[in-house]
Write a protein that binds this ligand. Structure first.
Ligand code: CTP
Ligand code: MG
Length: 237
């Protein structure tokens, strides 16, 4: 065990429509990125956090990290135009030959348990991602017309964390750069090279905060978790 994590945090939050990086928006009194970082800061298996940020936002992120007292940020790297560019920059700051975890700053509800299962699976198989079975009936639509109802049985929605042997994920990103391949997650690049990626059962609560509505969901999840923790504490004492 023992992993380093890259957290891409250099997006612009276009779909949130807040006119600023959504990770700086507050949920339950703290910026989203602070919630996400806290999970890794508290996880004893996490050795080092590499944060990809926009140059003009670096000071702001550094200030938040200092205020929260986080000690594991080993490097800030310059986020790029696309998420993939931000992760690739992050990879250049990794070292050693353990497993590298990649986790979106916009998923604050990841748990140490889920991270552990993804890391362990990647240690055995080389590449692993958290994913959940799709619940909706999925239609393929072109120009407002249904072309096909896709069989749901084999459909999973990919989440982060995603974990990879370091040499494999570096190779995948290099390959993507040379072949001009782009993808919205890192496992896709590994898959495109023909390498196996294993699934780990993710968590419905591990949402990616993308739209305004997700902010409401996030408030609700945090309140629920605080209540659950308080109850667990009461039963212990
Ligand atoms: N991200 C990044 N660099 C980019 C784009 C995205 O580091 N050039 C990060 C985001 O900060 C986020 C994660 O990748 O933590 C997932 O991206 P997404 O949810 O799409 O966030 P945004 O790109 O900010 O949102 P949008 O696509 O709506 O603009
Ligand atoms: Mg985006």
């Amino acid at each position: 065990m023992g992993y380093q994590v890259i957290i891409p945090a250099a997006g612009s939050g276009r779909r949130m429509g807040a006119g600023q990086n959504k990770l700086l928006l507050k949920v339950a009194g703290a910026p989203i990125i602070v919630h996400t970082l806290r999970v890794f800061e508290s996880d004893s298996d996490c050795k080092r956090i590499i944060l990809a940020v926009k140059p003009e936002e670096r000071e702001e992120f550094e200030r938040l990290v200092k205020e929260a007292g986080f000690k594991k940020i080993g490097a800030y790297v310059q986020g790029g135009g696309e998420r993939q560019d931000s992760v690739r920059e992050g990879l250049s700051a990794t070292d050693g030959d353990g497993v590298v975890v990649i986790h979106d700053g916009a998923r604050p509800f990841v748990t140490a348990d889920l991270i552990k299962r993804v890391v362990q699976t990647a240690e055995t198989w080389g590449a692993a991602i958290a994913a959940v079975p799709v619940k909706d009936t999925i239609k393929k639509v072109i120009s407002d017309q249904v072309k096909e109802t896709v069989n749901r049985e084999s459909l999973w929605a990919a989440q982060t964390p995603q974990a990879f042997r370091r040499d494999l994920i570096i190779r995948a990103h290099q390959w993507a750069l040379e072949n001009k391949r782009t993808a919205t997650d890192d496992a896709s690049l590994v898959e495109a090279m023909g390498e196996a990626v294993r699934i780990v059962q993710g968590d419905d609560r591990n949402i990616k905060i993308t739209t305004r509505n997700d902010l409401l969901m996030a408030e609700f999840i945090i309140k629920t978790e605080m209540r659950e923790n308080a109850n667990a504490h009461r039963t212990r004492v």
